[in-house]
Design a protein around this ligand. Structure first.
Ligand SMILES: Nc1ncnc2c1ncn2[C@@H]1O[C@H](COP(=O)(O)OP(=O)(O)OP(=O)(O)O)[C@@H](O)[C@H]1O
Ligand SMILES: [Mg+2]
Length: 314
């Protein structure tokens, strides 16, 4: 049994917006993250996935709640303690091009975090960058290239190499493979899985694609309108019970035409996070909606061992 590496406790994030209103981006989120495992966080655009991980990474403060890592609430860290904490939790974004300085060579990009923490000398940059490039299965002679002269898949491997440089315990991938074509995406996932096995890295993997996440996540959290509506083991996903998770499962496209006959797309609009409905956030798109769903918000409840669902009808 893996040990708990991080505990996200009651994280709520409200953004102030004009007219003295606030936007509820994350509402009382609880997650237990196990060492050496992958937690997949899925949900449609705007459901609060990035806000949640930015709060976990201490990129912005939660409105309330805490994130326990190495027995400390890392959302309260400031100054040097906050900087040192970054060594343990690294991030890979959807578009590494935006994160890379186009005038920097690949070797400097990959080793920048090591230099920032004074962990290598300038004379060691190229050798260290070569080692990290090999780790992500890229040719070592890319050290002198500029990021614009690479393919999207290569750039994403460079971003992973850079994230690995500090040997973090946790890597957060925010739509890290979403911009890549399917075959490149599969190779990057294979790489991440290999690195996890070799280095016992924990991943928080954010993605809107449930089919992809289910391939390698030990645990899956499904988000809807700032809430986690279902938490389930990756290998039990087919037993998902929340109508939203079931709808996401039914909307997965298969290569096999026979399976595609059952494809259903979700209809209806997601309500505005500025004007949340009373009751269940999914009520206006749920085909099972009853009166109680319009009156009381369902809480996450354990329906079977380690399987939590927030639905009145389950
Ligand atoms: N800095 C901010 N100020 C105000 N509102 C914000 C801010 N950042 C995010 N939001 C809002 O919070 C909600 C959640 O946004 P978030 O970026 O976390 O969604 P997401 O699930 O990551 O979406 P996507 O899949 O499109 O990346 C959205 O309604 C968004 O408009
Ligand atoms: Mg996002």
């Amino acid at each position: 049994m893996s040990e708990t590496i991080m505990q996200v406790k009651h994280i709520t994030k409200k953004f102030p917006v004009s007219g003295n209103k606030f936007l509820m981006a994350c509402d009382d989120i609880n997650l237990t993250i196990k060492s050496g495992q992958t937690v997949g966080i899925v949900g449609e655009s705007g459901c609060g996935k990035s806000t949640l991980v930015k709060t976990i990474l201490n990129m912005h403060a939660p409105t309330s709640g805490e994130v326990i890592f190495h027995e400390k609430d890392i959302t309260k860290l400031k100054g040097e303690a906050k900087r040192q904490n970054c060594r343990n939790i690294q991030m890979v974004f959807q578009d590494p091009t935006a994160a890379f300085d186009p005038k920097m060579k690949i070797a400097d990009i990959i080793c920048e975090p090591l230099l920032n923490f004074n962990l290598i000398k300038k004379s060691q940059i190229k050798q260290k960058a070569r080692e990290l490039l090999e780790l992500v299965e890229l040719p070592a002679d890319l050290v002198d290239r500029y990021p614009n002269n690479m393919s999207g898949g290569q750039r994403q491997r460079v971003a992973i190499a850079r994230a690995l440089a500090l040997e973090p315990e946790i890597i957060v991938c925010d739509e890290a493979t979403s911009a890549l074509d399917v075959s490149v995406q599969a190779k990057i996932i294979e790489l991440l899985v290999r690195l996890q096995r070799e280095k016992n890295i924990t991943y928080i993997f954010i993605c809107h694609d449930l089919a992809l996440v289910s391939l390698f996540s030990h645990r899956i959290a499904v988000m809807y309108l700032g809430n986690i509506v279902e938490k389930i083991d990756g290998d039990k996903l087919q037993q998902a019970q929340h109508p939203y998770t079931q709808a996401l499962l039914r909307s997965i496209f298969y290569v096999d035409e026979e399976k595609n006959k059952n494809i259903e797309t979700l209809t209806g609009e997601i309500p505005s996070p500025l004007d949340l409905p009373i009751g269940c956030p999914f009520q206006n798109r749920c085909k099972y909606c009853k009166d109680i769903c319009k009156q009381t918000k369902p809480q996450l409840e354990e329906v079977s061992s380690n399987h939590f669902v927030a639905c009145h009808l389950v």
